[in-house]
Design a protein around this ligand. Structure first.
Ligand code: HEM
Length: 312
């Protein structure tokens, strides 16, 4: 019997589902922290000793609900990894990226468990968020590559100066995210009342530093946008750069508002969601600075010969 196969276009759609799911879980994870439900389940992988399900109470249900979302993301990740093996023609680059998601998922499950066991240590919570950003990176590269034909060379659609500017922009975006987690680790939203906080510098100073990097990033994004326009670059990167600038301005406004309003949970939740959207847009922007031939519905199907058919 022939094993089932997957077309390149169907696989690309599956990868997009993974991108959406991996972005969504950052927001549901943020909801756990912001409703103080981090210790809604007192242990892991069980919720309470002797029970995998939670009590019918707000905080345990929020934490338990997030664990259910985690399972859904696990199923999608497994489908993407399994799908990479069923894809015809099979692509080594996609197999690596897809199984990288499995590795990252396992790392997140362990890190999530440690976070509960170590009573929401800020460094572990920060690590948990940042590994999610790496997973999103992997999923987005996978989604883009899955839409491009195997073995074709990437062709830069902008000049080398713009590529350097874009690299600096992506690097700064990463620094802004890391700085943001330091602000969260210092601020009051630990996930549960009474958890110790990072005390490296005051909340005011760390927020100031975070905002300074955001201002630098805003300048870089404006410069990139102007350079793209002057160089008459193709529409796709130009559109991403415009969207990125809007996202940064809105996210920056939410950032200042939450700071001056003393960090109300609703605005902080919006800021976590905004940070995720910001990272997704930054990555698609940088990937779309180069192009490869797209896959088509009529992609040649190369059958991998079964063992029995191989010459001895
Ligand atoms: C592009 C713009 C921005 C991005 C991408 C960004 C990103 C982030 C991230 C990733 C976090 C950590 C979220 C978490 O660990 O759950 C964070 C937290 C924070 N950010 Fe921003 N940020 C931006 C702009 C700003 C600005 C302009 C301010 C103004 C002061 C600001 C103030 C804060 C504060 C106060 C927190 C801590 C919230 C908490 O208690 O959890 N952010 N930011």
């Amino acid at each position: 019997m022939k094993p089932p196969t997957l077309s390149p276009l169907a696989y690309r759609r599956l990868c997009l589902v993974a991108v959406v799911a991996l972005a969504a879980i950052v927001v549901t994870g943020g909801a756990v922290r912001l409703t103080g439900s981090g210790l809604g389940c007192s242990t892991w992988p069980q919720c309470e000793p002797g029970s995998y399900t939670s009590a019918i109470a707000f905080r345990p249900l929020v934490e338990f609900g997030n664990r259910m979302v985690t399972i859904a993301v696990g199923v999608i990740t497994a489908a993407v990894a399994g799908g990479s093996l069923l894809l015809r023609p099979r692509r080594r680059d996609l197999v690596w990226l897809a199984w990288g998601l499995v590795l990252g998922y396992v790392a997140q499950a362990v890190l999530g468990g440690l976070t509960v066991l170590y009573k929401l240590s800020p460094l572990l919570v920060m690590g948990h968020f940042l590994v999610s950003m790496l997973l999103l990176w992997d999923a987005i590269v996978l989604h883009r590559r899955a839409g491009q034909r195997a073995g074709t060379r990437p062709r830069s659609v902008v000049g080398p100066e713009l590529r350097w500017l874009a690299r600096l922009l992506v690097g700064t975006a990463g620094v802004v995210l890391v700085m943001g987690t330091f602000v969260s680790g210092t601020g009051p939203h630990s996930g549960d009342l009474g958890t110790h906080r990072l005390g490296l510098i005051s909340l005011r100073d760390i927020s100031q530093l975070h905002a300074d990097f955001v201002l630098f990033l805003t300048g870089l994004t404006v410069a990139t946008l102007v350079a793209l326009q002057v160089a008459k670059s193709p529409a796709v990167p130009l559109r991403w750069a415009r969207i990125l600038l809007v996202v940064i301005v809105v996210q920056g406004a939410v950032g200042f508002a939450q700071y001056f309003l003393h960090l109300p949970s609703g605005l902080v939740g919006l800021h976590v969601a905004g940070a995720t959207v910001f990272w997704v847009v930054t990555l698609y922007f940088s990937l779309d600075l180069s192009a490869r031939e797209p896959v088509t519905a009529a992609e040649p199907v190369v059958d991998v010969p079964s063992r029995a058919a191989l010459p001895v």
